[in-house]
Write a protein that binds this ligand. Sequence first.
Ligand code: GDP
Ligand code: MG
Length: 174
Amino acid sequence: MFDATYKIIIFGDAGTGKTTLTQRYMTNLFKSDSKMTIGVEFEVKSIEIDDFKIKLQIWDFGGEERFRFILPTYVKGAAGGIFMYDITNYSSLAHIDDWLLVIQKEAETLFPIIVVGGKGDLADEREVSNDEGIEIAKSRNASAFIECSAKTGANVEIVFESLTKSMMKNSGFY
Ligand code: GDP
Ligand code: MG
């Protein structure tokens, strides 16, 4: 039995590493999965936080324009969100407000969103400093800011743990 089930949505520009992050997280502590082939996929994984068993449904939006019609379904019932940008691509961070607007338009309730800078291993190609990421996250009232690398695995688990804790707070666990 689970103490809670949360739907997480991942959004951000194409190519920022959303699918790779999800896959990396799934396969490290391998659990079951389930796939949809129409522009959205979701994966299921259980996580334990402070002895609570939480089931995460992680939705990964393909992002192609032709799948925009899926967005209301995508956002419906979400308990938390991950906005992902690529630290080697400044415009992927600059698009944060476009994405937040799209999500807020469809959301029925406010839910915690964290800002995640992906491809942290590509230090030589960095276009966004850690400080810039932190600043944007703070100014948009994000619940957290984390840089990670799906390639090395650095901070990948922390992304999901941090968001889960925020969702638990938001739904009255603490
Ligand atoms: P999505 O469109 O946001 O789902 O992005 P993908 O997950 O498909 O990744 C886009 C590209 O970035 C792929 O070529 C990945 O191999 C690469 N990529 C994703 N994460 C990382 C990372 O942490 N480090 C590096 N070096 N490349 C990454
Ligand atoms: Mg993808």
